[in-house]
Design a protein around this ligand. Structure first.
Ligand SMILES: Nc1ncnc2c1ncn2[C@@H]1O[C@H](COP(=O)(O)OP(=O)(O)OP(=O)(O)O)[C@@H](O)[C@H]1O
Length: 330
């Protein structure tokens, strides 16, 4: 563990959590830094919520350590002024107004009363501040949860699956808010099981599967390594086409169903070669593999419950790192 922690850093070192035989979080070590949105990505049951609960001192690690600005959560004086969090469960009292809910939280955490109006304004709930929260929609509830996280003006914000159940407008709002919090120099750590969502929000990615670290990388690097572009080609004269491509130094791979795949953007060249040799093409289509597919590849071996079988994955082996080779075929 680094003892020269920068303000706003979350540092995990060998963090492990067992529930009986089940290892929910397995020897996780990584650092979350300020000024960017860090996406915490993994399939359902990967251990994201358990990790976040340990960061907040709500669960105790079986082994390892997690520090906020170099300290354990319980060592922080007025912790809401260091780290604010939105966890999945809603924990407010439905009979209170939004204003009173936040006021109670402020008063019990040494936060000035003036912050209540500020955060209600930030999340767009000023007009309903005096309404009881039990009548709130899912989106309003999320906004109130985020207001509570922002109350202590913390340098670190942590959100567990914040866009779950929200409509497109709500999703857009949360995305914009997270980016603006990071632009203010704060640390923003956000979990999701959707790569497509993270691709639009996060600058850095931490990917876990079955509690283990699979990747800790910039989004730009993830895209560069995993955005495979290739050309799909089908021809009734497949063997002759393969020979022609081979002679031209173009590598084609058979991918089943009579389809050939050629890496890189060579569609024009393939079309010209086919025309020169009077070969018929039934398909010549440039393709771009999605990041969602790349994520599925990376985590494929660590998904707990497979939809097709419903069986529990019991392999004790760590999931194979598939950077770069994730796309190669046998
Ligand atoms: N209190 C508990 N007792 C026993 N097992 C638990 C407990 N909490 C979590 N688990 C198990 O630990 C594993 C990790 O769960 P966790 O909720 O942290 O995953 P997650 O990545 O947040 O998943 P999701 O995306 O579904 O919320 C799961 O197999 C879960 O069943």
């Amino acid at each position: 563990m680094s003892r020269s922690s920068v303000a706003g850093m979350i540092e995990l070192e060998g963090l492990t959590k067992r529930y009986g035989e089940k290892v929910a979080v397995n020897n996780l070590s990584f650092t979350v830094r300020p000024g960017i949105v860090t996406g915490f990505l993994g399939p359902n049951g990967a251990g994201k919520s358990t990790t976040m609960r340990m960061i907040l001192g709500l669960d105790h690690p079986t082994a390892g350590d997690v520090r906020i600005d170099g300290k354990r959560y319980e060592q922080l004086k007025d912790p809401l002024t260091y780290i604010g969090a939105l966890l999945e469960a809603k924990a407010w009292h439905g009979g209170r107004t939004a204003y009173n809910h936040l006021l109670c939280l402020a008063q019990s955490n040494g936060i000035p009363r003036s912050r209540v109006r500020d955060v209600l304004e930030t999340v767009g709930l000023t007009a309903v501040a005096k309404k009881k929260t039990k009548g709130f929609s899912m989106g309003m509830g999320q906004r109130l949860g985020i207001a509570a996280a922002l109350l202590g003006d913390p340098r670190i914000l942590m959100f567990d699956e914040p866009v779950n159940g929200l409509d497109p407008e709500g999703i857009h709002w949360i995305r914009t808010l997270m980016k603006s919090l990071a632009a203010q120099g704060r640390t923003v750590f956000v979990s999701s099981h959707l790569m497509s969502e993270m691709a639009l929000t996060a600058e850095h990615l931490v990917v876990i599967g079955q509690g283990r670290l699979l990747a800790d990388t910039s989004m730009a690097d993830f895209i560069a390594r995993n955005s495979r572009s290739y050309v799909r080609v089908r021809s009734p004269q497949r063997e002759r086409l393969l020979d022609v491509l081979h002679q031209a130094g173009i590598v084609a791979v058979e991918s089943g169903g009579g389809v050939l795949e050629v890496d890189g953007g060579k569609a024009e060249r393939i079309g010209e070669l086919a025309a020169q040799h009077r070969l018929t093409l039934h398909e010549l289509s440039p393709q771009q593999a999605s990041l969602e597919e790349a994520f599925m590849q990376l985590t494929a071996e660590s998904v707990e419950y497979h939809a097709h079988s419903g069986t529990h994955a019991t392999s004790p082996e760590p999931p194979r790192q598939q950077w770069g080779d994730g796309w190669k075929r046998g």
